[in-house]
Design a protein around this ligand. Structure first.
Ligand SMILES: Cc1ncc(COP(=O)(O)O)c(C=O)c1O
Length: 410
């Protein structure tokens, strides 16, 4: 167990991840698809296992000790998430399935009084999870989507952003970090601009929380969404942060048990936020895993993780640029450890297949960001994304794999 010391030796973190000790096509697993979902450290797996074996019961409804213990562990995770993203109150943390559900929740519950002609500002670099919920509102209510352009280098056009506001703007919803290019957006400045127009802001933080320290109060955003599985927790648990004033105003998302105060056939009264947004049995074990994942990240240190991945990013970019037919898509700085690239004469899927045969997992495709691919003038890219367990040897293997693809296809 390495991620416990003050000074973390990143090269040893790999030992924490059981799956990375296995083989893929008879070769050591080299995992460059952590932006899709990160591998899980033993500490998280053991926490979930321990919970099921020692503390498991449904929450918030049993009057017996086990249920009280499970409820406490679940609510303690809410407090841990609050600290992790520096929210003011634990009541501002809503547990959801993931980023997608968090954004759908806001789209459904914030739009109750929106009308045809109202506007939402998105950007050209959004993941489909932050496009489709708003598109559905467009078809249902007749709202308009205003799109912030992306510059050639993959940065968001903040000048154009300022011109998109009108008296009908209801929300700005953009990614903190682009999943396809790695670009880190200037979220604090963008929030200030939106607030100057009295418009609330939602950030899709799915690709930010695993890589950098997030402080929602410093950003001053109104909503912040992220998924546990991209930050080393299990699938099925995620978080919507919402400022209390908004959560109090918004109606429930789904109806069911655990989100009510009282129910009769003639009248239902709802629990207060965040519980009014958590209908039914939640992913209790997922929350326990999320708690362990936060402990894991904090034992390493978010600033240390950022610095490690930045150093690796420079190393990888320098090495990739020695391959003359390779083009990096998205060069704007700052960015996290995500590198998208194309190669002359070789389709991204073919590169992905060659790499797979070498035991190297990358993502090849549109990365659920089709409008961004169109903007960058490509149908698809190969994406290599980093995590705490990625090291220079992984990057060296990636380069060798790409050189092999060049030889095969030339
Ligand atoms: C930026 C971004 N937003 C949203 C999502 C959707 O996350 P989930 O599938 O966990 O809901 C992803 C997943 O790749 C993402 O990268």
């Amino acid at each position: 167990m390495i991620a416990n010391s003050m000074q973390v030796n990143f090269s040893q973190l790999r030992a924490d991840f059981p799956l990375l000790q296995k083989t893929n096509r008879n070769k050591p697993v080299i995992f460059f698809d952590s932006a899709a979902s990160a591998q899980k450290p033993r500490q998280v797996l053991e926490a979930v296992n321990h919970f099921y074996q020692h503390d498991y019961a449904n929450i918030h409804r049993g009057i017996y000790e086990l249920s009280e213990r499970a409820s406490l562990l679940y609510e303690n995770t809410r407090e841990k998430v609050r600290q992790f993203i520096h929210a003011k109150e634990a009541g501002e943390i809503v547990f959801v399935r993931g980023t997608t559900e968090a954004i759908n929740l806001v789209a459904n519950c914030l739009s109750q009084d929106w009308q045809a002609g109202d506007e939402v500002i998105l950007s050209e670099m959004e993941h489909h999870a932050n496009i489709v919920p708003w598109y559905l509102l467009k078809t249902k209510l007749g709202i308009a989507l205003k799109i912030i352009p992306v510059r050639d280098d993959g940065s968001i056009d903040t000048d154009a952003y300022q011109t998109l506001f009108s008296a009908r703007t209801k929300l700005v919803a953009i990614s903190h970090v682009s999943n396809a290019l790695g670009t880190i957006n200037p979220v604090k400045e963008m929030t200030e601009i939106a607030h100057a127009h009295d418009v609330p802001v939602l950030f899709d933080g799915a690709q930010a929380v695993p890589h950098l320290a997030v402080d929602v109060q410093a950003i001053d955003c109104d909503f912040y969404a992220f998924s546990g599985h991209k930050m080393y927790a299990p699938t099925g648990i995620g978080v919507l942060y919402g400022k209390k004033a908004y959560l109090d105003l918004m109606p429930p998302y789904q109806g069911g048990g655990d989100m009510i105060e009282s129910v009769s056939f003639s009248k239902v009264t709802f629990a207060k936020a965040p519980h009014k947004f958590e209908a039914g049995t939640p992913d209790i074990a997922g929350a326990i895993g999320l708690s362990a994942a936060i402990d894991y990240l904090q034992a390493i240190g978010m600033d240390e993780i950022f610095a490690h991945e930045q150093q690796l990013l420079s190393y990888a970019e320098a090495a990739l640029l020695t391959i003359p037919t390779l083009k990096i898509i998205g060069t704007a700085k700052p960015k996290v450890g995500v590198i998208s690239f194309t190669m002359d004469g070789i389709h991204p899927h073919d590169i992905g297949t060659v790499l797979d045969h070498e035991g190297i997992a990358v993502r090849a495709g549109h990365h659920c960001a089709m409008p961004l691919m169109e903007r960058m003038g490509v149908a698809a890219t190969v994406r290599a994304s980093f995590a705490v367990y990625t090291d220079e040897q992984d990057v060296d293997a990636l380069i060798k794999g790409i050189q092999l693809a060049v030889r095969i296809f030339s």
